[in-house]
Design a protein around this ligand. Structure first.
Ligand SMILES: [Zn+2]
Ligand SMILES: [Zn+2]
Length: 156
């Protein structure tokens, strides 16, 4: 909602649900994503087994685990950064960043049916492009940042 302290919009059409591949972990998102980050950092590449990982950022409280909290495993990929993934199928779902306590990150690729996480198209960007796999050419017109995006102190 525009007048909320976190300046985030509710999702049109109501909450969305998603989960891991094996179905053990299920979550619900009730806030529109404020940012979408296609992250090319080496941690995301190794942890996701993909050329880049896509993250959606929502205000903390806009995301809740509705099933399988106990199935979630946690890996501290850097000090103050905790990646949470399904211990059964290995699907990466959430990231908690201590320096950013008002927001949660989740992987919008795990939304059921490939649902749109509700962000404005101008809020989608590539980050940590300086660490990307060299052979992967970014062919879209989205903004690119060498490291962190401006919301996290980075410069273009
Ligand atoms: Zn699973
Ligand atoms: Zn990353």
């Amino acid at each position: 909602m525009a007048d909320s302290p976190l300046d985030c919009d509710p999702l049109e059409g109501g909450p969305l649900e998603g989960g891991c591949q094996c179905g053990a972990v299920r979550y619900r998102v009730s806030a529109a994503a404020s940012e979408i980050y296609h992250c090319h950092c080496s941690l995301c590449r190794k942890l996701h087994g993909a050329v880049f990982a896509t993250w959606a950022v929502v205000p903390r409280g806009g995301l809740e685990v509705i099933e399988g909290e106990g199935a979630l495993a946690t890996f501290a990929s850097s000090p103050g950064v905790r990646r949470r993934f399904c211990g059964g199928c290995g699907c990466h779902l959430f990231c908690e960043i201590d320096s950013d306590p008002n927001f949660d990150w989740f992987t919008p690729g795990t939304l059921d049916g490939g649902a749109h996480p509700g962000h404005g198209s101008e809020r989608e960007q590539h980050i940590f492009v300086g660490s990307k796999a060299h052979w992967w050419e970014i062919r879209d017109g989205l903004k690119q940042y060498e490291g962190y995006p401006p919301a996290y102190g980075g410069a273009q």
